[in-house]
Design a binder for this molecule. Structure first.
Ligand code: ZN
Length: 316
């Protein structure tokens, strides 16, 4: 049996961030505007430490490199997934990510970035950008050139509990007043299309990457009209998405409805996004306050959840 592996998040200051990761999730934050909590990450730009247990103080990348048996012997140079909570007090830039092939060739062997968003909170009348309306590269370039953002970008109204799958090549932006749990490939490659002409504290503009964006935008993708989850909830579990890189579930645990979640995968990422409770695995029980993140390694046994909480769970 392998013990659960609890993870210490890494925080990133962002121009568009806020303080809700402290007020809503109880994290101890550095000063300033904090936009991103890298909750489960072995990426070099934010490599999380393990807290407690046999691997206390190790980084997740060290575990991946030296103890691949914990991950069922999965292949790959890098731990494949990255889990974030984003606090967008202000709008994120309009952006697009490459697929694996393009990133490998143009970004030093990096992974591409497929990502998905579970909306933890949204302001009244809030929306989000997913998809675009140009027919082809020329039209996209022209609309960007003329600054016709309202014509180009597909905006979708959002509410708490919505879910969006963002494939590589899909133009997107999380907009102000939104808290998001993001499950993504472990990649930090972003091509910025538009940044609202915002200036950084030092007065400079953030770099745009229009040429790369034109290379990677997928003009065949149909833009969604809504993020409402239509999949059924069965015994507390809703399958949100399954892609070649990850599958993501929402698990709802209630006082009169504990949930046992099977763990047959090489590893599982688990994040407590609402409420609190406990998990029992391999005969040991751990408390799960809101904002806890852990990995259930291979052979951890099934996870018996109790309490009053919502979890987002993912696996490859
Ligand atoms: Zn993105």
């Amino acid at each position: 049996m392998n013990d659960l592996i609890f993870i210490q998040p890494v925080f990133h200051e962002k121009l568009w961030g806020g303080r809700r990761l402290e007020s809503d999730y109880g994290y101890e934050l550095p000063d300033g505007l904090v936009g991103e909590c890298w909750a489960i990450s072995a990426h070099p730009n934010g490599d999380c430490h393990i807290v407690g247990g046999a691997w206390d103080g190790c980084t997740l990348s060290e575990l991946w490199a030296d103890h691949r048996e914990l991950f069922g012997g999965l292949e790959g140079e890098q731990f494949p997934l990255l889990i974030k909570i984003l606090d967008a007090q202000d709008d994120l830039s309009i952006q697009v990510h490459p697929n694996d092939d393009y990133a490998y060739e143009h970004e030093n062997g990096s992974l591409g970035k497929r990502e998905c968003w579970y909306i933890l909170d949204a302001k009244e009348g809030g929306d989000i950008v997913v998809g675009q309306r140009a027919q082809d590269r020329d039209e996209f370039a022209q609309m960007v050139d003329e600054g016709r953002w309202d014509d180009l970008l597909n905006k979708v109204p959002i509410a708490r509990g919505d879910f969006f799958q963002i494939d590589p090549g899909t133009v997107h932006a999380i907009l102000g007043g939104t808290l998001v749990l993001e499950t993504q490939q472990s990649s930090d490659v972003t091509y910025r299309v538009y940044d609202f002409d915002r200036r950084q504290p030092d007065g400079s503009l953030r770099e745009l990457h229009i040429a790369q964006a034109l290379d990677v935008v997928d003009f065949s993708v149909k833009a969604p009209e809504s993020g409402t989850v239509t999949a059924p909830e069965v015994d507390g579990v809703t399958h949100l998405v399954e892609t070649p890189n990850y599958a993501v579930d929402r698990v709802v645990v209630a006082p009169d409805a504990p949930v046992t979640y099977a763990q047959p995968w090489p590893f599982l990422n688990v994040s407590v996004v609402e409420g609190s409770g406990s998990v029992t695995a391999g005969g040991t029980t751990f408390e799960l306050p809101k904002g806890t993140h852990f990995i259930a390694p291979v052979d951890s046994g099934d996870l018996a959840f109790a309490g009053d909480m919502q979890l987002i769970v993912s696996h490859v």
